[in-house]
Design a protein around this ligand. Structure first.
Ligand code: ADP
Ligand code: ZN
Length: 611
């Protein structure tokens, strides 16, 4: 890196953000952009994209960086975070009163705002005026994948950003995204007409997130799994993603019955209730949000420790983005997904109801998702290869790595199921098939006379969860076909018929019931005493943060992230100089919050906890 830019950038990083080094890619992107080049930055969620345009903005002596972001909540959050760090920033969007918008634009015109956040709609509408009246030095486009039809989250208004380069000649444009395969990347560059852009593809690997994918073990087990996570991380929080509003509500209710402090979030709720759920989550007043995919974009909370997918997500991009909300502070985090045939059926229906131009792409993306859940190779390798990133070693931190699935000759089980399908003349779906095999007492089974076929009860030796898993594998392996256009009835494929006749054998992955794991200590390297000392100081510091957040009516993580508090608990600063050494403590935060945290540290040590 150009050495003057590097020195300046590092000094600003320390002074405003309290960090002493750049994350991978940040320095390179900042240099490119600060020297006037367009750039496309691909970094995983939590990789530190914001600094890639905020620091170039700080490096400019005058003028403003306009940041286009599709999410109002995120804009407001970023503006608050910048202001907390002593950087003048403002947001202009439809939720701000006209008066404030006028004031923000006036301040920007006068060169008093370094970062101006706005929505794509607003930007597109106002660019002709802004290009004359505002001193725009840089444009940053967040969530840039929204411009591409190939992405999973195409937004038509983004395509109008294609004219930026023509309307703002000479102004560098930096596009940022956390999810884009190769096709989408090329499309972003083309559509935005970026000129010889600097390309950075950061590693998408998030090794701190452990990945677990398992066939649906039934409602009771799913709920108890979530409760386990809540108990394991009592100070932190998690998200349960559900496929439907009804499921999100049911999950919220079920968790509350277990004494878990849970809130619900979906697009069908009144705006005020939705905002309240989000606020409570962000401020740490509830520990779990049960939500549809509508939740999460724009949530910048760093201490989300786990994400549970109660159902299979629609595509790998969404899945990776959603699990990426956990562990943004780099500390260990967990992603758990449950999937079932029922999910695939629901997702198929969503696709059928979607815009016809998107159906082909969405079907393809769902197929990749199905392949992922059924895969017996390291989950992380598969995910990274989806994003065209090579990983040569197994990760050791996913369910497949932890226990290679036991395979067994499942021919007999498969034959029982196929035979039942044939004997019911292909008039059953997956769940009825399971219940026929298990000999369940269901009136619709009796009404159709399926309790009199020879295979009724032939699979009673296996649990419902086992059959769900095996039937789902039979679909994935191409033994059974689902008639999505005919009530999701099952039909044997020609391959299935060969197995039924005994011409071929089939191996299945064995269903293994998960055992609950004992709570693991996080800092396994430290001695028990040290762990105890640091941990109890940490919870003191968290209490201080909570109280201060309540007093200032701001989300706790805007004061300090968990990673900062952990660093503080380890370093135990006693002077402002020492406090500045804490990761995440820049000048503004040290001046504002240093004293109360140092007081807490002193009080803690005075109370005899000093080890
Ligand atoms: P993204 O937008 O890529 O998801 P953010 O820009 O929000 O990520 O950064 C994620 C977190 O990492 C934030 O809490 C941010 O303060 C922190 N962070 C960013 N850059 C650094 C750095 N160089 N050193 C330490 N922490 C950083
Ligand atoms: Zn793995």
């Amino acid at each position: 890196m150009n050495s003057t830019i590097r020195t300046q950038a590092l000094a600003l990083l320390k002074r405003f953000y309290g960090y002493s080094s750049f994350r991978p890619g940040q320095a390179e992107i900042i240099e490119a952009v600060a020297s006037g080049r367009d750039a496309l930055a691909l970094m995983p969620t939590g990789g530190g994209k914001s600094l890639c345009y905020q620091l170039p903005a700080l490096l400019c002596e005058s003028g403003v960086c306009v940041v286009i972001s599709p999410l109002i909540a995120l804009m407001d959050d970023q503006v608050s975070a910048l202001i907390a760090n002593g950087i003048p920033a403002a947001a202009v969007h439809s939720n701000r009163p006209d008066e404030e918008v006028r004031e923000a634009l006036e301040q920007t015109r006068l060169g008093r705002v370094k970062l101006l956040y706005t929505s794509p709609e607003r930007f597109v509408a106002d660019l002709p005026a802004w290009s004359r009246s505002l001193p725009i030095r840089l444009v940053a486009i967040d969530e840039a994948h929204c411009i591409s039809q190939w992405g999973h989250d195409f937004r038509p208004v983004y395509t109008e950003l294609a004219h930026i380069k023509a309307q703002l000649p000479g102004v560098p444009v930096v596009a940022l995204t956390a999810t884009a395969d190769r096709l989408t990347r090329d499309d972003i560059v083309k559509q935005l007409a970026l000129r010889d852009p600097f390309l950075w593809t950061g590693s998408f690997d998030r090794p701190n997130i452990s990945i677990e994918v398992s066939p649906d073990p039934g409602k009771a087990r799913r709920i108890s799994r979530v409760c386990e996570l809540v108990r394991k991380y009592p100070d932190d929080s998690g998200i349960v993603y559900c496929l439907s509003r009804a499921k999100a509500e049911a999950m919220t209710a079920a968790l509350r019955l277990q004494g878990v402090n849970a809130a619900c979030y979906h697009a069908g709720m009144p705006a005020a209730a939705r905002e309240e759920s989000q606020r409570a989550f962000v401020n740490g007043d509830v520990s779990v949000v049960c939500a549809t995919v509508a939740f999460g974009m724009g949530i910048d909370k760093s201490n989300i420790r786990w994400v549970v997918h109660n159902n299979m997500p629609a595509n790998i991009e969404s899945y990776y983005q959603e699990i990426g909300r956990a562990g943004r502070d780099g500390l260990p985090a967990e992603a758990v997904m449950f999937h079932s045939v029922g999910d695939i059926i629901t997702l198929r229906r969503f696709i059928d109801d979607s815009d016809s131009s998107r159906r082909g792409i969405n079907t393809e993306k769902l197929a990749r998702m199905q392949a992922f859940v059924d895969s017996a190779v390291c989950r992380r390798r598969m995910l990274l290869s989806y994003f065209n990133e090579e990983k040569v070693r197994d990760c050791g931190n996913c369910d497949v790595c932890r226990s290679a699935p036991l395979r067994f000759d499942g021919t007999v089980a498969v034959q029982k199921a196929l035979s039942a399908v044939v004997r019911t003349e292909c008039r059953t779906g997956a769940f009825m098939l399971r219940d026929i095999l298990r000999g369940a007492d269901r009136h619709d089974i009796r009404a159709r006379g399926f309790d009199r076929i020879r295979t009724f009860g032939a699979g009673a030796d296996m649990s419902a969860a086992e059959w769900n898993y095996y039937i789902s594998q039979m679909i994935q392996l191409g033994l059974l076909d689902v008639a999505y256009d005919d009530n999701n009835r099952l039909r044997p494929t020609p391959y299935g018929m060969r197995v039924l006749r005994g011409d071929e054998r089939v191996m299945l992955a064995k269903y293994v019931e998960r055992q609950s794991e004992p709570r693991r200590a996080r800092n396994s390297g430290a001695t028990a005493d040290e762990r105890h000392g640091t941990a109890s100081l940490l919870s003191r510091l968290k209490a201080v943060r909570r109280a201060e957040a309540a007093r200032l009516k701001m989300p706790p993580y805007l004061i300090f992230s968990d990673a900062s508090l952990e660093d503080m608990a380890r370093r135990r600063p006693h002077t402002p100089e020492e406090f500045l050494e804490v990761s995440g403590a820049g000048e503004a935060k040290t001046a504002r919050f240093g004293r109360i945290f140092m007081d807490a540290i002193r009080a803690f040590e005075g109370a005899g906890f000093n080890l």
